[in-house]
Design a protein around this ligand. Structure first.
Ligand SMILES: *Cc1c(COP(=O)(O)O)cnc(C)c1O
Length: 395
């Protein structure tokens, strides 16, 4: 058995999304900007995809701007908030210490351009406190960006509450909802955010396509100059096959959301209960405030990389945090933001499930992980030091 449990890194493409994409590739090769019939048919598909996406998110079609993925949407949102603020002389931005690097690195860039950024603590449970946001707001604050679901530990953030208190002070709010859309209900009006990022490949659409929701009345900054596509806010011929597939995937996941959330939550609970029985292990992030599918554990005395390689050999595809940091030896910035010491943050395991996973697969994971953890501890000098009392156990 081989279990794919790395859905927070990317998800398999849904059959309906692939079907929609293939039909578009084969038959609708037109350029939506062309005036002839072939072009206008493509334009109709584009408009329909935009309307379908908007309907799933409680937005208006005019408020959906297609992008080349979640990272681009994040960059566009932050630049938009920063530039709108700068026009009013406001140059302070607020985010959290455990955002995705698309947000953190875009913030670093804005710091170089003269903006000041506050990185909020996320506490040990991996949840931002609205009162911390309130305390960080100043007269100079232009934008607050807080993710809806953290990609490494799966914790939910109180974005609606944060948006409410920011709007009372006239501050714009963006949320990176890349791990939320298609996994929990996301309604832009209920959240009352000004901007929201999403990415197709995190909910069973292909890679390289995403969207920015930008509330009516706000104009997104242009990242890519060119033609008049995306209401003049993003130049370049649209990725129509990707867009059509993304809309199909979102419709599909939205229709089945309630049932799939229950199903995935039950699998996750079984997974947590099983992994908790491993001695000197800890679940990272709040037990209750979490999205259905994501679980992140630390196991003392072992190193994440070797754990992943052995799990792969035994038929479990997992991750040690984000796909972006798992290639490096640095501990995850997310786990460090929770206040975990470096030696613990190195031994983390993220398992992320969707409704494609089965109970038999969870059983397989629960058979394999304890075995691999025991083996790695048996050959670990760090574990020996812990067991012989030379070093104190931290978990
Ligand atoms: C994956 C991810 C992104 C980046 O999306 P891409 O489409 O891969 O660029 C941004 N934010 C979060 C929270 C993510 O999980």
């Amino acid at each position: 058995m081989y279990v794919y449990a790395d859905n927070a890194a990317t998800t398999p493409v849904h059959a309906k999304a692939a079907e929609a994409m293939l039909a578009c590739l084969k038959e609708e090769y037109g350029n939506p900007s062309s005036l002839h019939t072939v072009g206008q048919r493509a334009k109709e598909l584009l408009d329909r995809a935009r309307a379908d996406m908007a309907a799933c998110l409680g937005a208006e079609a005019r408020e959906i701007y297609f992008t080349g993925g979640g990272s681009e949407a994040d960059n566009q949102a932050l630049l938009t908030g920063a530039m709108l603020g700068a026009k009013k002389g406001k140059k302070h931005l607020i985010t959290t210490a455990f955002e995705h690097h698309a947000v953190l690195h875009a913030m670093k860039r804005l710091e170089k351009l003269g903006f000041t950024v506050t990185y909020l603590d996320v506490h040990e449970d991996g949840v931002v406190r609205p009162e911390d946001v309130a305390a960080a707001l100043t007269e100079d604050t232009a934008l607050v960006s807080v993710m809806l679901v953290n990609n490494e530990i799966g914790t939910l953030q109180p974005v609606a509450e944060i948006a409410k208190l920011c709007h009372e002070k006239g501050v714009l709010v963006h949320t990176d909802a890349v791990q939320a859309v298609g996994h929990i209900p996301v309604d832009v009006k209920a959240l009352d955010v000004d901007m929201l990022s999403l990415s197709g490949h995190k909910f069973h659409a292909p890679k390289g396509v995403g969207a920015l929701y930008c509330r009516k009345g706000l104009r997104p900054e242009i990242l890519i100059e060119g033609g008049a596509q995306e209401f003049g806010r993003r130049g370049g011929t649209e990725n129509l096959p990707g867009i059509v597939a993304m809309a199909a995937a979102l419709k599909e996941t939205t229709e089945n959301l309630a049932r799939e959330m229950d199903q995935v939550t039950a699998l996750r609970e079984k997974l947590i209960a099983g992994l908790e029985t491993i001695p000197h292990s800890r679940l990272n992030g709040s037990r209750t405030l979490r999205c259905p599918g994501t679980v992140n554990f630390c196991f003392e005395g072992i190193e994440g990389e070797s754990l992943l390689l052995l799990l792969d050999a035994k038929g479990v595809a997992a991750s040690s945090g984000s796909a972006c940091t798992s290639g490096s030896l640095d501990p995850s910035h997310v786990l460090l933001a929770l206040g975990l010491p470096h030696e613990i943050a190195h031994g983390s395991l993220r398992l992320s499930l969707t409704a494609d996973n089965t109970e038999a697969e969870v059983d397989h994971i629960l058979a394999v992980v304890p075995e691999v953890v025991s083996y790695l501890r048996s050959i670990s000098p760090v574990w020996e030091a812990l067991e012989t009392g030379k070093q104190p156990h931290l978990i």
